[in-house]
Design a protein around this ligand. Structure first.
Ligand code: ADP
Length: 181
């Protein structure tokens, strides 16, 4: 992997990878969920399809939705992960409705939950930049900033956060943001 695609942060590592997130073997996979936790298209649909119906059953049993900017955790069903962290990013309107802060908050909540669960390795998609329309050039620095902060927390169990980016153009955008950090 090119050197620009990873960065050492504290005793951890921030990494960018072009991948289908459902194939990764990590302690926790972050899902770009919606506030009703009802499943949907994009990465959310892919995670539920690959993980099987157990994930949705647990969501229904334990939670009644999840406000934008926060996150909840379930088991990972058939995925090669221990947990799925369902984080709810904002739908982009015009950037003047608190979208950047809500995105930051969704990542922060997701990584805090991963740390609480004792995870060392976490994979996350680029939240909100698909169906929710958040411009990825604005989202990438937020995503990377929150991951770095989480890795730099004193006594965190987190050792690696990998952004699993589906499209080559998304990977390039994250790599540019990482180089500018
Ligand atoms: P949102 O509704 O939060 O925008 P989406 O699922 O529509 O969520 O998109 C979030 C990002 O996840 C997009 O960049 C999309 O290309 C990407 N994505 C979709 N499927 C996968 C997958 N299987 N693995 C990794 N990323 C994915």
């Amino acid at each position: 992997m090119a050197e620009t695609d990873q960065r050492v942060v504290g005793s951890g590592r921030l990494r960018l990878q072009r991948a289908d997130i459902t194939t990764l073997e990590v302690d926790a996979i972050v899902n770009a969920a919606n506030a009703s936790l009802a499943g949907g298209g994009g990465v959310d649909g892919a995670i539920h399809r690959a993980g099987g119906p157990e994930i949705m059953s647990e969501l229904r049993r334990r939670y009644q939705g999840c406000p934008t900017g926060s996150a909840v955790v379930t088991g990972a069903g058939r995925l090669r992960a221990r947990h799925v962290i369902h984080a709810v990013g904002p739908r982009w309107r015009d950037g003047e409705h608190g979208e950047p802060e809500q995105l930051r908050s969704a990542y922060r909540a997701a990584f805090a939950l991963a740390a609480d669960c004792g995870c060392a390795t976490v994979a996350s998609p680029s939240i909100s930049t698909g169906i929710y329309g958040f411009p990825i050039d604005l989202a990438a620095p937020i995503a990377l900033g929150e991951a770095s902060q989480a890795l730099a927390e004193p006594a965190t169990p987190l050792r690696e956060i990998v952004y699993a980016l589906f499209a080559e153009t998304d990977l390039a955008c994250f790599a540019t943001a990482l180089a500018g950090m």
